[in-house]
Write a protein that binds this ligand. Structure first.
Ligand code: NAI
Length: 454
């Protein structure tokens, strides 16, 4: 049997591509070595969110007195939290399997390796058999980066150092948790474990956490974490890991951070090794597959979507890239745009961002007005956030009068950041947006408040 399309990898990019391809009437097979759903469903986005929701529920209970609610004996039962996470994953994974089936997409469980191209198509070996496809979509995702730090490999093997995968499966709360890397994974996992009772130290090599996010909002987020008892070592270089501690250097001083567990979260690398890319000469740069805005690689009929192309490493980017790839395969004109992809860190409060920040806009020489408002300008925010000090920012291009970016440190911001994303995508002007009716009372009314400051 010769397939119209072989999809290598069954994460968000791979399973969605297979679903869409099947829906379009292509004969498609998706090859996945673990469970469909990939990192996102099985050991990333979704499991993290179930843990964080439990932490939030617990925090609401213990801080209920601010809202006139006293809860006695509130307790976070970590084992129950992990059990529930497993249940949520199972439900979602079976949902993905069912949708693939409903779209007539075949799934082969096994490790696929590209073996080359023959007159019939691309040859992929899986479970000792050769599967042939006229086209290939590579969606093999990414894995945690492991830098050459002394002792790290040994301590990963011993279990003292964990990646996010193991951190989502721990059955015991470590009394002391050291987190290497203050990015998205580090901050989300630190938030959960701090709520669950760990004494958390975040070690970050840069002088700030949360990567490219708005510097002012990030400082505010850090302040909130510190109030919850978390410690930050910024501008700190990890030099070695022993069986009980992380050795580092800050301002020329040597430090030893003792811990019961260490989480390594310093970024992810595209999974391009060992999948046979060299057999068909697919071009990579810094370990990631190079794609154009239609998700085509340098090899005709070979596409790549999701983390493997290293462009954005977010599940929602992967979904859209998969759609773009399939649309191009079936002859529908479609291109990928990266200028309005929302980013969210699911901390409490959530830090959400889309498009330009004040710094990136200025670095590009854009003439912008930055409108900054305290979240308290939203009545609902005030009602639900006693003592809340969140901020929202809107970045407007003075030339075009369109919104080019925005950020919010606030509960629900993950749910309403898409409004700003839509404004950017649709290139709506400030005057267009002023005519839009927002539901009241909502936290997202902060956007309307900000727009009227222009
Ligand atoms: P990241 O790139 O977000 O953060 C890594 C952090 O580690 C950076 O702040 C970096 O400066 C720091 N770092 C690098 N080397 C270091 C060293 N040797 N010592 C100390 N600090 C060091 O990567 P992270 O958090 O591992 O996440 C990986 C990927 O997963 C990201 O691309 C992210 O987009 C994705 N993800 C997204 C989530 C979301 O959208 N909510 C949740 C979790 C992951």
């Amino acid at each position: 049997m010769i397939y119209d399309l072989i999809v290598l990898g069954g994460g968000p990019a791979g399973y969605l591509a297979a679903e869409r391809a099947g829906h379009e009437g292509l004969k498609v097979v998706c090859i996945e070595k673990r469970e469909v759903g990939g990192v996102c469903l099985n050991e990333g986005c979704i499991p993290t969110k179930t843990l964080l929701y439990s932490a939030k529920t617990y925090e609401s209970a213990i801080h209920g007195d601010k809202y006139g609610v006293t809860v006695e004996g509130a307790k976070l039962d970590h084992n129950k939290v992990i059990d529930r996470k497993e249940k949520v994953i199972k439900t979602l994974v079976s949902g993905v399997s069912a949708t693939l089936k409903a779209n007539h997409a075949e799934v082969i469980k096994g490790d696929g390796v590209i073996k080359g191209r023959t007159a019939e198509g691309f040859n992929v070996e899986v479970n000792g058999e050769i599967v042939i496809g006229k086209r290939l979509l590579i969606a093999t995702g990414s894995s945690p980066a492991v830098p050459p730090i002394e002792g790290l490999k040994d301590q990963l093997a011993s279990g003292f150092v964990m990646t996010s995968r193991e951190a989502l499966e721990l059955r015991e709360i470590p009394a002391k948790l050291a987190v290497i890397g203050g990015g998205v994974i580090g901050l989300e996992m630190a938030s959960y474990y701090a709520s669950a009772g760990s004494e958390v130290t975040i070690i970050e090599m840069l002088d700030h956490i949360a990567g490219q996010n708005d510097a002012e909002l990030v400082k505010l987020l850090q302040k909130g974490y510190e109030k919850r008892g978390m410690k930050f070592l910024l501008g700190t270089k990890v030099t070695a890991i022993t069986s009980k501690s992380v050795l580092c250097e800050k301002d020329g001083q040597k430090l030893e951070i003792e811990a019961d567990k260490v989480l390594l979260s310093i970024g992810r690398r595209a999974n391009t090794a060992g999948i046979g890319l060299e057999s068909i000469n697919v071009y990579t740069e810094r370990g990631a597959i190079v794609t154009d805005n239609r998700m085509r690689t340098n090899v005709a009929e070979v596409y790549a979507a999701g983390d493997v192309n290293g462009k954005s490493m977010l599940a929602h980017t992967a979904y859209r890239e998969a759609e773009v790839a399939i649309n191009n395969i079936v002859g529908k004109k479609d291109v990928m745009r990266y200028s309005a992809i929302p980013g969210v860190i699911y901390t409490t409060p959530e830090l959400s961002s889309v498009g330009e920040t004040e710094d990136t806009a200025k670095a590009k020489g854009m003439d912008v007005k930055v409108i900054k408002l305290p979240m308290r300008f939203s009545g609902r925010y005030l009602a639900e956030n006693e003592g809340g000090d969140g901020i929202a920012k809107l970045i407007v291009n003075n030339k075009t009068k369109t919104v080019v970016g925005g950020q919010a440190l606030s509960n629900y911001s993950s749910e309403f950041i898409i409004a700003l994303g839509t404004f950017i995508e649709a290139e709506l002007t400030v005057d267009d947006i002023k005519q839009i009716v927002f539901p009241h009372p909502t936290v997202c009314e902060i956007i309307r408040e900000a727009i009227f400051q222009y």
